[in-house]
Write a new protein. Structure first.
Lengths: 257, 257
């Protein structure tokens, strides 16, 4: 049974604007991790928000496996930490709101913060942390509910490169250890190739090209240095620019009419 | 430590020097007989009068302080509660708030005689007068604080399907706290005015001390009363800073203005 099934999806924000996604359909299998890749303004964030139920589609359906529905977690593009709560309290917020906060949960939160390298910052407030640290706290907050699927909106864009690699590997580890699935929005082709099983390449109308079965299974950071990896990234880069070119042409044709 | 003292001196010294200069010139003008002392008593004379009449002045100050605290305390409780009601029930806000604003424009000096009719001479009228003038700023700023809750944080909370009360107590009230503190500070100054005006008409406290001194041509005593009321207002603001600072000493964000 697929985790998520999207059919004939369209979304428009005003009646005269062109609808996004042009009837996008895809299914996400229960062991897949997906990357949404595309230029700014193509609707990556909107698609993610639709999947989370933060927006409603104008037409089409999104079906989430009911067993997973309550097990979804979301990481926003910005950290969105509650400014008057400490790191630890921010991580525990989801459990407080769902009345699952207990001493064991606290230990788990501490452990999570340790894992993302913030064990000495438990009692710090968000404004005492760098942007990258805040983002990591936001990731811990999304993980504390022990989700099955986690939706991430460019979560690592503000991180320095070393931390970004560390976080990518953390996601891969969670995927392997807990069968965590994720849908990941990114601008970076190499990041997309590295952490996902499948890429949904969106052009700026939100029409998608589905790239399944990426060739790499066993991953670690040294993979990024191999020629094979770079060839794949290059291939997608050219596919990407191809899409952009055809898009520009169709835009030009439209403006001529 | 020494650096802090030096900073403090650099910050405050100019004001003290200016004050000393001002008082010296004042003293000089009166001692030289350029202005009659029954119109403008000298600073030293005012000081002597204050010492001489200290027990009366102190009792009056205490009584005024009591009324201010009554009025301000009641404003805090009723102001915050009604702001919460107005916030949760928009129809109540639309029905009642315009009249609150209208009521706010009626000068307290015009209402005071009415208060005497209702509450009689003495402290109850003074309390009511302090309450009426200090209510609106607290109500208005609390309401603003509740309404200005960060929509991004609201969306974050929504992910976890919080109850109405969780939203109020964990998000909206904390968001409003810096606004409430600002409201209390504005109201504190007004409560002093309200109490003194109430005392002019209903008797008691510094208001009637000043009024009685005026009828007896005791300008020096009028000045003592005036200085005591401004000392009262200043110590009130100082106390508010101290209390909010202590209350939120572990939550620096909440006392940030």
């Amino acid at each position: 049974m697929p985790s998520i099934e999207v059919q004939q999806l369209e979304k428009s924000f005003s009646s005269d604007a062109q609808a996004l996604f042009a009837g996008l359909s895809f299914t996400l299998d229960s062991d897949e991790c997906l990357c949404l890749l595309g230029p700014s303004g193509c609707g990556k964030t909107t698609l993610l928000r639709l999947l989370m139920g933060l927006e409603q589609p104008s037409s089409g359906t999104i079906h989430v496996d009911p067993a997973l529905d309550a097990k979804m977690s979301y990481v926003f593009q910005e950290p969105r930490l509650v400014p008057w709560r400490t790191c630890l309290e921010n991580v525990l917020l989801p459990l407080e709101l769902t009345a699952k906060n207990n001493p064991a949960a606290r230990d788990r939160a501490v452990e999570l913060l340790q894992k993302i390298g913030l064990s000495d910052r438990l009692e710090h407030f968000p404004d005492q942390l760098s942007g990258g640290m805040q983002m990591r706290v936001a990731l811990a907050r999304a993980l504390i509910t022990q989700p099955k699927i986690i939706l991430l909106d460019e979560p690592f864009a503000a991180l320095d490169e070393r931390t970004r690699f560390h976080m990518q590997d953390l996601l891969l580890e969670l995927k392997a250890r807990l069968q965590l699935q994720y849908i990941f929005v990114t601008h970076s082709i190499s990041e997309a190739v590295y952490i996902s099983d499948r890429i949904l390449l969106l052009d700026n109308t939100g029409a998608a090209r589905d790239i399944r079965s990426l060739p790499f299974r066993a991953r670690n950071q040294s993979l990024k240095l191999t020629p094979a990896f770079n060839d794949v990234v290059k291939a997608y880069s050219s596919l990407f620019s191809e899409m952009e070119d055809s898009m520009k042409q169709s835009n030009a044709a439209q403006s001529k009419q | 430590m020494i650096a802090t003292i030096r900073l403090w001196i650099a910050d405050k010294l100019p004001a003290w020097i200016f004050l000393a200069g001002l008082l010296s010139i004042w003293q000089l003008i009166v001692v030289q007989g350029w202005v009659a002392s029954y119109l403008l008593p000298s600073p030293l004379q005012i000081f002597d009068t204050t010492l001489e009449m200290w027990s009366d002045i102190f009792a009056a100050t205490l009584s005024t302080a009591q009324s201010i605290l009554w009025g301000l305390g009641l404003s805090l409780i009723i102001g915050v509660t009604s702001a919460l009601i107005f916030f949760s029930i928009p129809i109540a806000r639309r029905a009642i708030l315009p009249f609150c604003i209208f009521f706010q424009t009626v000068p307290i000096i015009a209402i005071a005689p009415l208060l005497v009719i209702w509450f009689g001479y003495g402290q109850p009228t003074v309390n009511a007068s302090a309450f009426i003038v200090s209510l609106f700023p607290i109500l208005a700023s609390t309401l603003t604080g509740l309404q200005e809750t960060d929509p991004q944080l609201k969306e974050l909370f929504r992910l976890y399907k919080p109850s109405r009360w969780q939203l109020v107590f964990k998000l909206q009230i904390p968001s409003a706290i810096p606004y409430i503190i600002t409201g209390i500070k504005i109201s504190a100054g007004l409560a002093v005015v309200g109490a003194i005006v109430g005392e002019f008409i209903a008797g008691g406290g510094l208001g009637s001390l000043i009024d009685a001194a005026r009828t007896q041509q005791r300008v020096d005593l009028v000045f003592s009363g005036v200085f005591m009321s401004s000392a009262l207002a200043l110590s009130l603001v100082y106390t508010i800073n101290l209390v909010t600072g202590l209350l939120f000493r572990h939550r620096p964000y909440l006392r940030k203005q």
